[in-house]
Write a protein that binds this ligand. Structure first.
Ligand SMILES: Nc1ncnc2c1ncn2[C@@H]1O[C@H](COP(=O)(O)OP(=O)(O)OP(=O)(O)O)[C@@H](O)[C@H]1O
Ligand SMILES: O=c1[nH]c(=O)c2[nH+]cn([C@@H]3O[C@H](COP(=O)(O)O)[C@@H](O)[C@H]3O)c2[nH]1
Ligand SMILES: NC(=O)CC[C@H](N)C(=O)O
Ligand SMILES: [Mg+2]
Length: 517
């Protein structure tokens, strides 16, 4: 079968470019991401069925901001602009974009004119959509109908059905936008006239073949954390190259209560994969001593992980060197580390942006373009136990990025106790699946006055950060029942002597991230 005509997603440095491509795939339409630096002639040479312009961190009116060559609109290819792409499209076609000072981040009510146009037809006229912008289109270009507005965006959506062009200020690609997938689908089917004929190849077979080709008959190690991503990555590699794989679990001293034991016991029992456990607690805590800057912590942790893997590889290798390191890297790790084209660095994930420059391993990362929920589906298909597949994500740098301030044994012990209580109460309330992730954060350099047992206390606050999400790209704070919050708060302040205050984080992502560092 010949390659189908692609829908090109032009990446302007978006946090969400892969998410757009994924949504297009979900609509059974073939999609490819291209950088905004690609010339329009090269894009058109790919014979695209449509072009989607992504969001991005720049302001279109700023000097040097990426622009759209107006030639894109002369070729008769349907175009859909999202956020920055919407603004750049408006500007290229003669509309106006301004910094109005009305910033909107997270859930925002959209006032649609559902009678106008195609994208919003018959949808509720008051839709909750996800926004992330500081600039907005103040005047649509000639020939476009404005189909929605929000408090901060007088032009929040527009369409020119004759020219087969449309755009939106909000993000239809994120799970938190109501009817977002429907809007994208309407662009693809109803405005661009694309037939939904593409079906995704079987990702498992494709990845297994690719891993075999990359690794050949060489030995491989895999960083295994007990989390779902590395479990799925290891299962894929095991399927591809069997006993050439040895997994390495690093106990870096930044784990939660009970975690090391669980990995040793459950993972091997479930999969039969060879596992080496390394106690690297002293090494990590020594390297982190006195460090408070989040990026510095992440870089140190990324480096130490690799040094530990190198030592482990030398001990494991039966013949020569181990060249390959498998990691359960997902797309959010890559994009947040600034790994897209012109993408802002939000935080350096230890397994991507935190890797040392002198890395000698070749990386095997079969999940690098996927999102957590897609990986969970793969895990179930590969036969991994439900408890492993549905486990809450836990970041590789562990509790180090949940202690705001320097990391040491005492602080880790305090946070471990508080975290265990929060997890126990969530499970007791039957909310493990209702909450996507539940970081507990220790504000180690902050103290507040309390009164406990008629005496004065001067302790540390702990932050509860339960969130709902689908893929970690966007999140909302979980509306936990107040009695569950109360129970956690009472237990933490009663049982953890160093903590005298518990606060609840009620910030969505954006503008907050899930972790505090
Ligand atoms: N303690 C650890 N020992 C060995 N490798 C680790 C450890 N922690 C993280 N890694 C490696 O870093 C990768 C990224 O970590 P991350 O936490 O994102 O994924 P995960 O732990 O596999 O899944 P989850 O997101 O569900 O926790 C892991 O897939 C794994 O390869
Ligand atoms: O393995 C990891 N290494 C890291 O350095 C890292 N930083 C954040 N996370 C996890 O990624 C998801 C998104 O996190 P944020 O909203 O905090 O950016 C959330 O699920 C975070 O827990 C990490 N995972
Ligand atoms: N998410 C985006 O694409 C943001 C676009 C632009 N930087 C703004 O703030 O409006
Ligand atoms: Mg993890």
């Amino acid at each position: 079968m010949s390659t189908p005509r692609p829908v090109l997603v032009v990446d302007f440095g978006a946090q969400y470019a892969q998410l757009i491509a994924r949504r297009v795939r979900e609509a059974n339409v073939y999609s490819e991401i291209v950088p905004h630096s690609m010339s329009v002639a090269d894009m058109l040479a790919k014979n695209p069925a449509a072009i989607i312009l992504s969001g991005g961190p720049s302001s279109v009116y700023a000097p040097g901001a990426p622009q759209i060559d107006a030639g894109m609109f002369d070729a008769g290819v349907p175009v859909f602009g999202i956020c920055y792409g919407f603004q750049a499209m408006a500007q290229a076609l003669g509309g106006t974009v301004a910094h109005t000072g009305n910033r909107e981040y997270g859930g925002t009510p959209l006032h649609a004119r559902p009678e106008a146009g195609v994208l919003l037809r018959d949808l509720p006229d008051d839709l909750p959509v996800w926004m992330s912008h500081g600039d907005c289109v103040t005047e649509a270009p000639a020939g476009f109908t404005v189909t929605a507005e929000s408090a901060g965006a007088p032009v929040a959506a527009f369409e020119d059905l004759v020219g087969r062009r449309a755009g939106v200020q909000f993000h239809p690609e994120v799970g938190h936008t109501a009817h977002g997938q429907e809007m994208l689908t309407r662009f693809l089917y109803d405005i661009a006239g694309i037939e939904p004929t593409w079906t995704p190849e079987n990702i498992i077979d494709e990845q297994v073949a690719r891993i075999r080709e990359q690794v050949g008959d060489k030995e491989v190690i895999c960083g295994l954390s007990g989390g779902v991503d590395s479990a799925v990555a290891a299962a894929l590699v095991h399927k591809a190259v069997g006993d050439q794989l040895t997994c390495v679990f690093v106990d870096h001293g930044l784990l939660r209560a009970g975690e090391a034991e669980q990995v040793e016991k459950d993972y091997v029992a479930a999969t039969g994969i060879k596992l080496k456990v390394v106690d690297a607690r002293e090494r990590f805590l020594g390297a982190l001593a006195g460090v408070t800057d989040p990026e510095q912590k992440r870089k140190i942790i990324g480096r130490e992980f690799i040094r530990v893997f190198e030592t482990a590889a030398r001990e494991i290798a039966a013949h020569g060197d181990v060249e390959f390191l498998v990691q359960g890297t997902l797309y959010p790790d890559v994009v947040e580390s600034g790994g897209g084209t012109g993408t802002a660095n939000i935080k350096s994930h230890h397994n991507v942006g935190g890797l040392p420059e002198d890395l000698k391993f070749a990386l095997v990362e079969p999940l690098r373009t996927l999102f957590k929920d897609e990986v969970r589906t793969l895990g179930l298909q590969l036969g991994l136990p439900e408890a492993m597949v549905w486990r809450h994500p836990f970041p590789g740098p562990g509790l180090a990025i949940r202690i705001i301030g320097a990391v040491d044994e005492e602080r880790l012990a305090v946070l471990r106790k508080a975290d265990l209580i929060a997890r126990q109460e969530l499970t007791l309330a039957g909310l493990d699946r209702g909450v996507w992730q539940f970081p507990v954060v220790l504000l180690a350099d902050v103290r507040s006055v309390g009164v406990q047992g008629d005496g004065r206390s001067y302790g540390h606050p702990v932050v509860l950060r339960p969130v709902s999400s689908e893929d970690a790209m966007t999140a909302d704070w979980s509306r936990l029942p107040y009695d569950v919050v109360a129970k956690i708060s009472t237990r933490i302040t009663n049982e953890v002597a160093e903590v005298n205050r518990v606060v609840l984080d009620v910030t969505s992502k954006p503008p907050g991230t899930i972790e505090w560092e």
